[in-house]
Design a protein around this ligand. Structure first.
Ligand code: URA
Length: 252
């Protein structure tokens, strides 16, 4: 805690602002609460309206209940390049998605993409949202462009669309797309699950080798307009749409 005469750094804020940001009351009402002796900083009642606090170090209580600032929730789409790993930290010093992002919140990836896979990766600090999107019950679709070592046959495409047996269990029906005018060595596939290395395993089970894998969409979010290695915040409309996909009812 600092008094008003002390020099303050960027993170130091006035107590009434802290209380207002935490949603306790307006700044004016917060001033009244301070003057009424309802606010304690580090165990001591504070009545000086000029007091500034450090939100990281100081402990603030109103009516004996601790007041914490919740991190603002953020939702991000990243166009992941290959050779970058989907963890927040890597002990072997390899490039991770965090090397590309510049956000103050502690975001984490929603699911994972293999190191060699490129494309759409969503990140957030909203745990509930992430859990829902990953839950098989909500069957959020994921679309991939797959380059194979051999042309996909019509028979194998039919097998994929009916579901195939992997070591753990049977895959749900997938949608397969052939590229017009192509040689069927590059195909599109949409799945509604997110099992470990699922796309690789599906094609490998049929005797193909996946040479390149690119996730072009997650739900209705694509990387259109976003070069590889770049990210952006999702719009409110996009967040709303994904929440709807994941069965989250929003009143905001
Ligand atoms: N399926 C895979 O095989 N790899 C990925 O990265 C994502 C889905």
């Amino acid at each position: 805690m600092k008094d008003t005469k002390q020099k303050s750094d960027e993170s130091i804020i006035r107590l009434n602002k802290y209380l207002a940001t935490a949603g306790i009351a307006s700044r004016r009402k917060a001033d009244e609460m301070i003057q009424e002796g309802k606010v304690k900083v580090n165990g001591k009642i504070v009545v000086d309206l000029g007091v500034k606090i450090d939100p990281v170090k100081d402990k603030i209580f109103v009516n004996e209940k601790q007041v914490v600032l919740l991190d603002e929730l953020v939702y991000i789409v990243f166009n992941k390049p290959k050779d970058c790993i989907t963890t927040t930290r890597d002990e072997r010093g390899r490039i991770t998605v965090m090397d590309y992002l510049r956000v103050k919140q502690r975001v984490f990836p929603i699911g994972r993409l293999d190191r060699s896979t490129s494309g759409v990766l969503l990140l957030t600090n909203d745990g509930e949202f992430a859990n829902r999107l990953m839950h098989p019950k909500y069957e959020v679709k994921k679309a991939y462009k797959v380059a194979l070592d051999n042309p996909l046959t019509a028979e194998d495409s039919r097998k994929l669309s009916e579901g195939i047996r992997l070591s753990d269990e049977r895959t749900k029906p997938a949608k397969v797309f052939f590229m017009p005018g192509g040689k069927n060595q590059v195909v599109g596939i949409v799945i509604h699950e997110g099992r470990n290395r699922q796309v690789h395993r599906m094609f490998e089970a049929l005797g193909y080798k996946v040479e390149k894998l690119d996730r072009v969409g997650y739900g209705d979010i694509t990387y259109e307009g976003l070069p590889r290695g770049r990210w952006r915040y999702l719009t409110k409309g996009e967040i709303r749409m994904l929440m709807k996909n994941a069965g989250i009812v929003i009143n905001r």
